[in-house]
Design a binder for this molecule. Structure first.
Ligand code: SF4
Length: 466
């Protein structure tokens, strides 16, 4: 995958259906409560025993936000009580201290990511305390390729914060913007000026951050082509290395904050597609490449380069260049991927707190992947990252006869093939340029859980956490 895919409104309309975004396979709704602390510890032990143990990626979740954005579908806690950061941090540090000894000390940490919520709800010195604790209980890589990234809400970045973060080793930042149009900002309760956003981007550049990502959303209330076009132009001038342009999914029955959004102010499906088209055209003209699943990057960005070399990976944090890491999640709702297991901490703060206070790892649910899960995860990963599946390589890795094993899946793929989304040969399944905006639809053909009898299937949460 490389250049921006062509825009086909009719096709996108026809395939506009909910579905998983495959930041993991199997997806989180398949995790079971029977998978707990001892299972996680066992998975960690087994991962240490691999002939070449994988390096580590650490994710810490900070759930607090100062005010509710009405479009938000994230697991977050709205509060202005800064004291909550301190109590949360003290437990997070205890969780780090429980996790560290489970992993061999010689396993380098190649990636650290702070997500939320709003990670900069913590002060710079609290973030420093968290990093120090991570560095004490794990071993940070000194490689220049290591990635230390943080999601920032530019409205709450104080003077000197970026310099302090750079000093701690952070070299990537992701900034929420969504739209600069004042009417849209008022309708979604997120007032954020161009100037304060620009100041954070400038500070990141000044202090040597390797990459800056900006998140935008299309389909928000009161959004217009003119307003969103202006936002895109403003953002493109700042030249972020990466851009995510997410589709707003209006599901007020699932996300309470979205009840504040008036249905009548939402763009029609037609207009919403027009906004996507505008984003694709403008980003394409500005030289961005389409990485996949709403993500764009400059050709010289590591994501574009990794994709060209076949080294792109997708996990709970989105696209990443570090394909060979075990992921350890900490904090409320955080997800881990260690060896062939997934596990997740409780989504509610009190349950997470009680587990930590009692000296337990707060593993709430998870699953051990069977051979079929591992095979399909491998296939879906290739599709989502490279836009194609190398059939002989997959057959060799998993000792299968592809055509026989995936006969039912290939039947499902036939309709997509007829629509020109995908091409198949005995050695390759390839998303066409038309299919590249619909990668998740192609991947869904190979999702066993979506196609098993209803009684065995669990409901899937279809939203994107933004
Ligand atoms: S969009 Fe981000 S800042 Fe806004 S409420 Fe959700 S998590 Fe918090």
């Amino acid at each position: 995958m490389a250049a921006i895919p062509p825009f086909d409104a009719d096709l996108l309309r026809r395939y506009d259906r909910p579905g998983p975004r495959y930041t993991s396979y199997p997806t989180a709704p398949q995790f079971k409560p029977g998978f707990g602390e001892t299972d996680f510890a066992r998975a960690a032990r087994l991962s240490n025993d691999d002939p070449i143990p994988r390096r580590l990626s650490l994710y810490a979740h900070v759930p607090f936000c100062f005010s509710p954005c009405f479009y938000c579908g994230c697991n977050r806690i709205i509060t202005r009580d800064k004291a909550r950061a301190g109590t949360y941090l003290s437990r997070l540090v205890r969780e780090v201290a429980m996790l560290g000894p489970l992993f061999d000390r010689d396993r380098e940490v190649l990636q650290v990511h702070l997500g939320g919520g709003t990670p900069n709800f913590f002060t710079a010195s609290q973030i420093g305390e968290l990093l120090e604790s991570l560095n004490t209980h794990f071993r940070f890589s000194q490689s220049p390729t290591r990635d230390f990234s943080i999601e920032l809400d530019p409205r709450f970045v104080d003077k000197g914060d970026i310099e302090a973060l750079a000093f701690m080793g952070f070299n990537r930042a992701s900034l929420g913007v969504q739209d600069f149009d004042p009417a849209v900002q008022a309708a979604v309760n997120r007032i954020q000026s161009v100037q304060e956003t620009q100041a954070v981007i400038d500070a990141c550049r000044q202090h040597g951050f390797r990459s800056v990502n900006v998140d935008l959303i299309y389909g928000l209330p009161l959004q217009t082509r003119a307003g969103f076009g202006k936002t895109l132009d403003t953002v493109i001038v700042t030249r972020p290395d990466r851009l995510a342009v997410y589709s707003y999914a209006h599901m007020p029955q699932l996300f309470r904050a979205q009840k504040q959004i008036e249905d009548s102010q939402l763009p029609s499906p037609e207009d919403k597609l027009g906004l996507l088209q505008l984003a694709i055209e403008k980003l394409s003209a500005a030289g961005y490449r389409y990485v996949g699943m709403d993500h764009f990057a400059l050709p010289e960005d590591d994501l574009s380069i990794a994709q060209e070399r076949g080294g792109l990976h997708r996990n709970f944090m989105g696209y990443t260049t570090h394909a060979d890491c075990d992921l350890i999640g900490m904090g409320v709702s955080a997800i881990s991927h260690v060896g062939d297991t997934y596990s997740q901490n409780p989504r509610d703060l009190p349950s997470w707190e009680i587990a930590i206070d009692n000296g337990h790892l707060p593993t709430w649910r998870g699953m051990e992947l069977d051979a079929d899960d591992v095979l399909r995860a491998d296939l879906i990963q290739q599709l989502m990252c490279q836009g194609e599946v190398d059939i002989p390589a997959l057959e060799e890795r998993h000792e299968i006869d592809f055509a026989r094993y995936f006969a039912a899946d290939l039947d499902r793929l036939a309709a997509l093939k007829a629509d020109g989304l995908v091409e198949t040969s005995p050695t390759r399944i390839t998303a066409t340029s038309r299919g590249r905006l619909l990668l998740r639809i192609i991947a869904a053909c190979f999702d066993r859980y979506l196609h098993q009898p209803q009684s065995e299937a669990e409901p899937t949460r279809f939203s994107k956490a933004i």
